[in-house]
Design a protein around this ligand. Structure first.
Ligand SMILES: [Ca+2]
Ligand SMILES: [Ca+2]
Length: 265
């Protein structure tokens, strides 16, 4: 069971302002049926530090994930998660900008069950879509990666023994694990090496199937969402709000047939 012995992180960095995604009320989301996400070539060297301060990020197209509740029609809830993609000869870079009133994450051990906490995920299939890779980071920067197989009876088999060598850094605008105050959000800057999933020659025009997920535990239990245990108090339950891409799809995000297309530009 997680304890509270870890020091709480206090970072008030204004991360969702300049250099990150704009406030959702200031920028309308793209069309609901957008299933193609373009990764731009980097212009400069990248520092994986959780700050989207590189000029390359300014040129990356912002895409917004959509809320998915798994039981009813997908609807556009408040846009809370923005994804941007970049690439160079060595890495695929992913930035997640997440608005969040309560940021929480306790797990610190690599490949632990970070998907039960505030987290973001990239899944990507270089060849067969039923055999794909998963790269996940929780809000305190603990990483999980796995190679997954999704069979035809809708069962997901994950092998976290896989190590793709990816790295990620998180910057929090608020206080981690402190429900007494109200947070603003968090940003993940992720770099996944092409060698981690056997892509030897990335080039413009290359396409992959994939998806992007965000699990958000809200400030207070809501009326919708998935009921899950929280790692900070397994005896209690909380609702988690899951967002996915492509935004118009209703199926569970790990269903490979529903993956969108990621294209290198
Ligand atoms: Ca950076
Ligand atoms: Ca949260």
């Amino acid at each position: 069971m997680p304890s509270l012995k870890f020091p709480l992180v206090l970072l008030t960095l204004g991360l969702l302002g300049a250099g990150c995604c704009t406030h959702p009320h200031a920028r309308p989301p793209p069309p609901m049926d957008q299933g193609l996400m373009v990764a731009s070539r980097t212009l400069d060297s990248m520092a994986v530090d959780g700050q989207l301060s590189e000029p390359s990020w300014d040129l990356a197209t912002p895409y917004f994930l959509n809320y998915y509740d798994g039981t009813s029609d997908v609807r556009m809830r408040e846009v809370k998660t923005c994804v941007r993609l970049l690439w160079d000869d060595c890495f695929l870079y992913v930035a997640f900008s997440c608005r969040d009133q309560e940021v929480f994450g306790y797990l610190t051990e690599a490949d632990s069950a970070v998907y039960w906490e505030d987290c973001v995920e990239l899944v990507i299939a270089p060849e067969k879509i039923t055999d794909y890779y998963e790269f996940t980071a929780n809000a305190r920067g603990t990483l999980y990666d796995a190679v997954n197989h999704f069979d035809h009876v809708n069962e997901l088999h994950s092998d976290p023994g896989y190590h793709g060598g990816f790295k990620a850094a998180v910057r929090i605008d608020g206080t981690l694990n402190n429900p007494a105050d109200e947070d603003h959000g968090w940003v993940v800057e992720m770099a996944v090496p092409w060698s981690g999933f056997d892509v030897r020659h990335p080039a413009p025009g290359r396409q992959f199937r994939g998806n992007f997920l965000r699990f958000d535990y809200p400030r207070a239990p809501g009326e919708t969402g998935f009921l899950c245990r929280r790692m900070d108090n397994p005896r209690s339950a909380a609702y988690v709000f899951l967002s996915r891409w492509p935004t118009h799809v209703k199926q569970w995000p790990h269903t490979p047939e529903t993956f969108g297309t990621i294209q290198l530009r």
